[in-house]
Design a protein around this ligand. Structure first.
Ligand code: ATP
Ligand code: MG
Length: 564
């Protein structure tokens, strides 16, 4: 299913921006303050890009500011590596938080004071129930919960126990601090939610200073209030938490009153945008790391050659709405191609080489030809390529017995070699198994540069590399990490992994201009797609396919039902 919100996106408006404009018009706010609040428990993914572009975009459009705040309330899952990668990825996407970098852990002391405030007001209590007991008393969506036997402890006793929790007197899980709201509430989040738990864990920022940590629910809204966030924009799964956030804000002496608005998460077909699953992929070794180019993380997309402008454009096209939708993967690839088509230099690379010998070309002779760097951008200029008697073409570009509609090379057929000459296949050499190992051709010297003076036409133009100076390269072709559009819909998501998501081609040949291709910067391999040098490049050439070009022959094959 493809569902997008192009009408609002094209107008540059959406319901969140409309709300903000109305708040400004009515004078309810004078300055717009938003934040992007990741938990540093993994790398950012394409879904986060939507939230980043929304929050930072709004701040820029309305002349406000956007904070980067780490909601670092769970030291057992958090790591400095994640904090660093998140900062790098937000910057890479093109956004700047200026001096507004914050951490929920900066507020631990304040949050603790507010917890005591609730205790003193009789609105929070220490519960000694075990996690199993608490779960049993929680009730269900249709039945109310039961009140804990510890719910009516005195303020003094609660304060004493809570302070001893802080002092580290009790083991993990022995007690929690809970808000005293309503065990019969229709909203499970209001059934005396946990505010603090005991966790003897070292925090990446506060070290061993704390033996208790606030829950995400207790830290999140109060952190927004401390920072003066005016519009707390988050995804729909937090809609049911809003009454709890509002309850906390109303019952605490917070310095400001944020308002929360929810939008639908970005979902992409064949893709999982959940840090929990992405963490499993990394830890269980299904991918080479968080930046494996098959991963939907921003680090992986960068390594794969996706430019940040393509991510911003994709997110803009998808728009912001409240309705659940799954975006077609083609829409993402389309945005990537649109950006790369304008910027990527064209180069020639042969992925599955087949030798072609030009019989009427003098032995040892070479010619220097001019090749265009980017037809979309004349300023990109030209380069030279060397042509000679022996070249390599793509194995797929030859068929000994071509079916109808195959217009490329075959015995007796003339084609153009890009930027070079017309050649005609006059014979083939085969190995004992009958496989074609070499093409024998003749060329027409009058077609230098690619046009015949007599006006005769050919139906195909092939890319090629010269045997004399081609360089060996490894090329990694990626397809979707999952084999079905809705991974995990029928059970374990790992069972839906695509066993052929990575194809590594080791015998590729590329033109020498690719030797200096900067890591991560996409180039177009003519007729193949967009590729970029991988960081594994040390001492050899390794390229990642960012995204393919649309392949007309694949379409013909599909619609014709033919087998090449
Ligand atoms: P995950 O489910 O991948 O663990 P998360 O929501 O727990 O994601 P956070 O670090 O809490 O990850 O996310 C930071 C912000 O990014 C939140 O405001 C969250 O709503 C938003 N966000 C996360 N995933 C998406 C998504 N798929 N689409 C849009 N926004 C997202
Ligand atoms: Mg989260």
């Amino acid at each position: 299913m493809v569902a997008t919100d192009t009408t609002t996106a094209e107008a540059g408006r959406d319901f969140v921006r409309d709300i903000i404009q109305a708040d400004l018009d009515a004078g309810r706010v004078t300055e717009v303050v938003t934040r992007f609040p990741p938990e540093p428990n993994g790398y950012l993914h394409i879904g986060h890009a939507k939230s980043i572009c929304l929050n930072f975009g709004i701040a820029a459009e309305f002349g406000g500011r956007c904070h980067l705040r780490f909601d670092d309330t769970n030291p057992t899952k958090e790591d400095q590596e994640f904090l660093d990668s998140i900062e790098q990825d937000v910057r890479w996407l093109g956004f700047d938080w200026g001096r507004h970098l914050y951490h929920a852990s900066d507020y631990f002391e304040q949050l603790y004071e507010w917890a005591e405030h609730l205790i003193r007001a009789g609105k929070a209590y220490v519960d000694d129930s075990t996690p199993t007991e608490m779960r049993a008393m929680r009730g269900t969506l249709t039945e109310p919960g039961q009140e804990s036997p510890f719910r009516n402890r005195s303020v003094e006793q609660n304060l004493d126990l809570f302070r001893r929790m802080r002092a580290g007197e009790f083991p993990n899980g022995a007690r929690v601090l809970r808000a005293k709201i309503d065990m019969a509430s229709g909203n499970m989040n209001l059934r005396d939610p946990v505010l603090y738990r005991i966790l003897h864990a070292t925090h990446p920022r506060t070290g061993d200073a704390w033996r208790i940590y606030p829950t995400y629910d207790f830290a999140h809204g109060q952190s927004d209030a401390i920072e003066g966030i005016t519009h707390s924009i988050c995804t729909l799964e937090f809609e049911d938490h809003r009454p709890l956030y509002d309850w906390l804000i109303e019952n605490l002496p917070v310095p400001s009153r944020p308002h929360q608005y929810e939008f639908a998460r970005l979902n992409i077909a064949y893709t999982v945008l959940s840090k929990r699953v992405l963490t499993r992929l990394v830890h269980e070794g299904y991918v080479s790391g968080w930046d494996d180019p098959r991963m939907p993380t921003l680090a992986a997309q960068r390594r794969r050659g996706v430019p940040p402008a393509a991510l911003r454009e994709f997110v803009r096209r998808v728009g912001v709405a409240r309705a659940y939708s799954v975006v077609d993967l083609a829409q993402y690839e389309h945005a990537v191609r649109d950006v790369l088509n304008k910027t990527a230099l064209r180069r020639m690379a042969v992925l599955r080489p087949l030798k072609l010998v030009i019989e009427n070309w003098p032995e040892g002779h070479t010619e220097i030809l001019e090749a265009v760097n980017n037809p979309e951008d004349p300023a990109a200029g030209t380069r030279t390529v060397t042509f000679g008697r022996e070249i390599f073409v793509e194995r797929d570009d030859f068929m000994e017995n071509p079916p109808r509609k195959f217009f490329r090379l075959s015995p007796g057929r003339e084609v153009r070699l890009r930027y070079a000459f017309f050649v005609t296949c006059v014979g083939v050499v085969k190995d004992p198994a009958g496989e074609v190992t070499e093409l024998r051709c003749t060329y027409d010297p009058a077609t230098r540069g690619g046009d015949a003076p007599d006006g005769r036409r050919v139906q195909a133009t092939l890319h090629w590399v010269a045997a004399a100076d081609a360089m060996a390269a490894e090329v990694r072709l990626y397809s979707t990490l999952f084999a079905r559009p809705d991974p995990g819909a029928d059970g374990d998501v790992m069972a839906d992994l695509n066993p052929s998501s990575l194809e590594t081609l080791r015998g590729c040949l590329v033109e020498p201009a690719l030797a200096g291709a900067p890591v991560g910067e996409a180039v177009q391999f003519e007729r193949q797609g967009y590729f970029c040098a991988d960081p594994d490049n040390a001492g050899r050439l390794v390229f990642n396919r960012t995204v393919g070009l649309r392949d007309t022959w694949a379409k013909v094959q599909a619609t014709d039902g033919r087998n090449a």
